[in-house]
Design a protein around this ligand. Structure first.
Ligand code: ADP
Ligand code: MG
Length: 320
């Protein structure tokens, strides 16, 4: 920065130096479209699409691999939120949060593309079903998610979309939180964010007060963390996924074809049983301690849920 300021000063004093010669474009957060070589599709969610590119200015295959996130369609409705998502990621720096690298404005469309570090093993949803991961390693991942969340909360953000599909895997012993598409800032002195826009909501990961009153807080992230922990311990097995367990429950209750009735029924089931408690019945004699910890995350009263800080301590104790 200082060098840049001095150079700029020089140019002002000496207008014969052309800016393009004196100031080569070396801002490392500016990615040029012409150097981005598409490699493969990595994944997508409701709004975004993530693709692996090789950023190769030398054009000899020695470049670095980066993950590029773009909006699926750039309509103006989601554009504001997209800019916010980029700003938020840019402001975060923690070993358990995916790293922002920069932007590319030339990749077509009016919306910029977000360039992040590439995590070679994909999301927990891609990774877990393929490995035979031991409980200790699962708990290490869970603890790392909590560490990222403590940092996020120190910046007064609620993530609002904590789920295995949004946790990325660097290697067998390191995960990072990704996807800040629904993240909101909670102003100092307030305790929750109330959502106004309707969108597609990850309801199976939502706390009671989110479903009932659209209230999102640090405590509702804890609830979603509980569901994420459930996903990790079931190794993201499709048959045991939160939506599937809920559908099974619905089938037990009633054979019902009408979509609206089904949706209503889903919400009722989620509310009545505290979502994920129902997932656990068959699953958790496995690890009593972890089962109890999960229960605590799903306390009906938000204030009764543990904090991410205390969860870290509990995981440390259990892992020993
Ligand atoms: P959306 O906001 O649409 O849900 P995400 O940011 O969650 O988009 O990304 C969608 C999927 O793309 C993820 O679930 C994951 O599989 C993959 N992905 C996202 N970011 C990366 C990354 N940095 N490295 C590797 N894979 C990624
Ligand atoms: Mg996502």
């Amino acid at each position: 920065r200082t060098v840049l300021r001095e150079l700029t000063g020089l140019i002002i004093i000496n207008p014969n130096i052309s800016p393009s010669e004196a100031l080569p474009d070396t801002d490392p957060s500016v990615f040029h479209k012409r150097y981005l070589k598409m490699m493969r599709h990595l994944g997508e969610g409701h709004f975004g699409k993530v693709t692996l590119y090789l950023y190769d200015p030398a054009n000899d295959g020695t470049g670095e691999r980066v993950a590029v996130k773009a909006l699926k369609q750039d309509n103006s409705q989601v554009l504001e939120g997209w800019k916010k998502e980029i700003e938020i990621l840019k402001s975060l720096y923690h070993s358990n949060i995916v790293k922002y690298k920069g932007c590319c404005t030339e990749l077509g469309g009016q919306a910029v593309q977000l360039i992040m570090e590439y995590l070679p093993l994909g999301s927990l949803r891609d990774y877990l079903p393929k490995r035979k991961l031991g409980v200790a390693q699962c708990l290490l991942f869970a603890q790392q998610i909590c560490q990222g969340m403590v940092y996020l909360q120190s910046k007064r953000y609620v993530h609002r979309d904590l789920a295995a599909r949004n946790v990325l895997v660097e290697n067998d012993s390191l995960v990072k939180i990704g996807d800040f598409g629904l993240t909101k800032h909670i102003p100092e002195g307030e305790i929750y964010y109330r959502v106004r826009e309707d969108g597609e909501s990850p309801v199976y990961w939502y706390a009671i007060e989110c479903l009932k009153e659209n209230k999102f807080s640090f405590s509702s992230d804890i609830w979603s963390f509980g569901v994420t922990l459930y996903e990790i311990l079931t190794r993201c097995e499709t048959r045991l996924s939160p939506p599937n367990v809920c559908f099974d429950k619905m089938k037990e209750i009633k054979e019902e074809k009408n979509v609206m009735v089904l949706i209503k029924l889903t919400i009722d089931i989620l509310l009545a049983s505290g979502v994920a408690r129902l997932f656990c019945n068959e699953f958790f004699p496995l690890n009593q301690q972890v089962g109890m910890l999960m229960e605590q995350c799903w306390a009906a009263e938000p204030a009764k849920r543990p904090s991410f800080g205390s969860l870290i301590e509990m995981f440390e104790a259990i892992r020993q």
